[in-house]
Write a protein that binds this ligand. Structure first.
Ligand code: PRP
Ligand code: URA
Length: 209
């Protein structure tokens, strides 16, 4: 699928295995989500444009590249996406952070928006939407639609685990969005949980039930 990247780095795969393990506790789970986000961001930002600037080393003046132009925004889908923000910010500390609050209706699994606050000039920014789980794809698709309605144009989406159903839906709804998945899992269960998955990401990050 064009615009879809499934990560194959052994470090990411190793850390996802630790996430899946039900005996991994909240502190370690949170740390792993942050680390995986940073490793995925490293790959997802590979195509950031650079420009050469002049810099004086202790020995001489040279030209050397810096990230060019585009202002960055990171937008976690609440709650679980919050766990990925610090990982991305370690790579791009000057990025602005927006928030989109969605929850899935327990019966229909359809997303309902309860909060949205985005950085200004969203149309000029590269917007990286983060959420560890892409299950039916409803939340990610809606979040990206809200960002586009508010002017967002250049959007990437990072998730740690995707179900085939969600990946297909997101790609069909937003073929222009570059999607990065840490791992593609088998299927959804009848409650729209990912199998084998890792359970409820929000609960495991925040220690709730
Ligand atoms: C989870 C997850 C995604 C969504 C994925 O959030 O973090 O946002 O489900 O499911 P979907 O692809 O079927 O929409 P949840 O709604 O459980 O909220 P939470 O993060 O507050 O726990
Ligand atoms: N949200 C989660 O947190 N986990 C799933 O498996 C599906 C949706």
């Amino acid at each position: 699928m064009e615009n879809v990247t499934i990560m194959d780095h052994p470090l990411i795969r190793h850390k996802i295995t630790r996430l899946r393990d039900k005996s991994t506790g909240t502190w370690e789970f949170r740390k792993l989500v942050e680390e995986i986000a940073a490793l995925m961001g490293y790959e997802a930002f590979r195509d950031l444009p650079t420009e050469e600037i002049q810099v004086e080393t202790p020995l001489e003046t040279c030209h050397s590249p810096v990230i060019f132009g585009k202002k960055l925004a990171v937008v976690p889908i609440l709650r679980a996406g919050l766990g990925m923000v610090e990982g991305i910010l370690t790579l791009v500390p000057s990025a602005k952070v927006g928030h989109i609050g969605l929850y899935r209706e327990p019966d229909t699994h359809e997303p309902t928006e309860y909060y949205c606050k985005l950085p200004d000039s969203i149309d000029e920014r590269l917007v990286t939407v983060v959420d560890p789980m892409l299950a039916t794809g409803g939340s990610a698709s809606a979040a990206i639609r809200f960002i586009k309605e508010r002017g967002g144009k250049k959007i990437k989406f990072l998730c740690i685990i995707a179900a085939p159903e969600g990946l297909e839906r997101l790609h069909n709804d937003h073929p222009d969005v570059q999607i990065y998945c840490g791992q593609l899992d088998r299927e959804l269960d009848k409650n729209a949980y990912i199998l084998p998955g890792l359970g409820d990401a929000g609960d495991r990050i925040f220690g709730t039930r």
